[in-house]
Design a protein around this ligand. Structure first.
Ligand code: HMH
Length: 222
């Protein structure tokens, strides 16, 4: 009998919030092919700014792993892989923005994005425990994997020009990487205090809210 991990417990408990983030109307419109391309372009430009702030956050998780993890050699390997792929991701955003005729240098963050970036900045504080930051990291990546892999499933009518975006986070390799992050959170949770677990759970819920607000921001921008 396999013991279920803390992350699975949280996801069962907060299933509706998880679905709210991963099956947002904007994602549904990608999947059924009715996506408004202006919304998509807003998402692309705003997500570029988000990913630029995400790098320093991931670096802070790496630092915490070095100091606090009980298996830092393993965790540093997994987190570094995420760090390394961000460079490629930023280049991809630039290429994609070119394709859609978007000027990234003229893009300013909208309120929901500013809130999300501020949340990441707070988590970089050294007083934030490793498991708390790691839970946010896992949740942020997993929400995108769940969301975009759904847009590529059989029967979806995702437009050709949006498929590459979906594949970026929806692919199986990215799914395995999310699973590695999840395994780290599950392992850490076995040794965490009740207070740390409570904080990690609240951070997961906040990520789910911020994701919904991020999609709302793009959806409403037309
Ligand atoms: C808003 N959430 C948002 N952007 C992303 N790129 C990810 C999650 C996944 O990295």
């Amino acid at each position: 009998e396999k013991k279920i991990g803390m992350t699975e417990t949280w996801l069962r408990k907060h299933r509706l919030q998880f679905i709210g983030a991963t099956r947002h109307p904007m994602l549904k419109s990608i999947r059924d092919g009715t996506i408004n391309l202006a919304s998509f372009k807003t998402w692309l430009a705003q997500d570029y700014l988000f990913v630029r702030a995400f790098g320093p956050f991931v670096a802070s998780v790496l630092t915490k792993a070095r100091k606090e993890s009980d298996d830092s050699a393993h965790d540093i390997e997994v987190i570094s892989r995420g760090m390394a792929s961000l460079e490629d991701e930023i280049l991809w955003f630039k290429k994609e923005a070119d394709k859609w005729g978007i000027s990234l240098s003229n893009t300013v963050p909208q309120q929901a994005n500013t809130n999300y970036i501020g949340f990441l900045e707070n988590l970089r504080n050294e007083n934030v425990e490793y498991i708390v930051a790691m839970t946010a990291f896992w949740a942020i990546e997993t929400v995108y994997h769940e969301s975009f892999s759904h847009c590529l499933e059989e029967g979806s009518k995702t437009p050709e020009e949006v498929k590459e975006t979906c594949a970026r986070w929806g692919n199986e390799g990215f799914g395995q990487y999310c699973q590695s992050l999840q395994n780290i959170v599950n392992r850490c949770s076995q040794k965490a205090s009740d207070d740390e677990l409570k904080q990690a759970e609240l951070v997961l819920l906040r990520v789910l809210e911020l994701e919904v607000e991020f999609w709302n921001m793009c959806y409403a921008s037309v």
